[in-house]
Write a protein of this length. Structure first.
Length: 135
């Protein structure tokens, strides 16, 4: 009987240590997961239209509208908390796309969503308001 208690005690301690390690790892991951700022949107994203948006942490981006591995539009962006301002600097630019687009964003895992604050560019709005998934 004493041997069973001793084994159970060791197993219980090992299980406790394992749970503590898991909790610490999860806490670290949650603390370091960027939900705002440039790191939250940096990466390569795609939406249901097949648009590929490559967002770099240096504040620049490229857009491939038709999945031919060529950039169709490019520009710069700035993030302030959960708000991003997008400024196109080249490529496809319909007449009403001269100004900046301002959006709020949320990131959940590998999914990125936007809500429009202000943007007159219909092509950009049509694409950005779709759900984006990390490619």
């Amino acid at each position: 009987m004493l041997a069973l208690v001793s084994v159970a005690g060791r197993s219980g301690r090992a299980l406790s240590l394992l749970l503590i390690a898991i909790i610490c790892a999860l806490g670290y991951a949650c603390a370091n997961y960027q939900r705002t700022g440039p790191a939250a949107i940096a990466g390569t994203w795609t939406n249901t239209f097949g648009t590929v948006w490559s967002v770099r942490s240096d504040g620049t981006f490229d857009v491939d509208l038709n999945r031919d591995n060529r950039r169709d539009a490019w520009g710069t962006y700035a993030v302030d908390g959960d708000t991003v301002t997008i400024h196109g600097t080249g490529g496809v630019a319909p007449a009403n796309c001269k100004g900046d687009g301002v959006y709020r964003f949320t990131r959940s895992g590998e999914t990125l969503r936007f809500t429009r604050v202000h943007d007159n560019c219909k092509l950009r709005v049509k694409n950005i308001l779709l759900v984006w998934h990390r490619k």
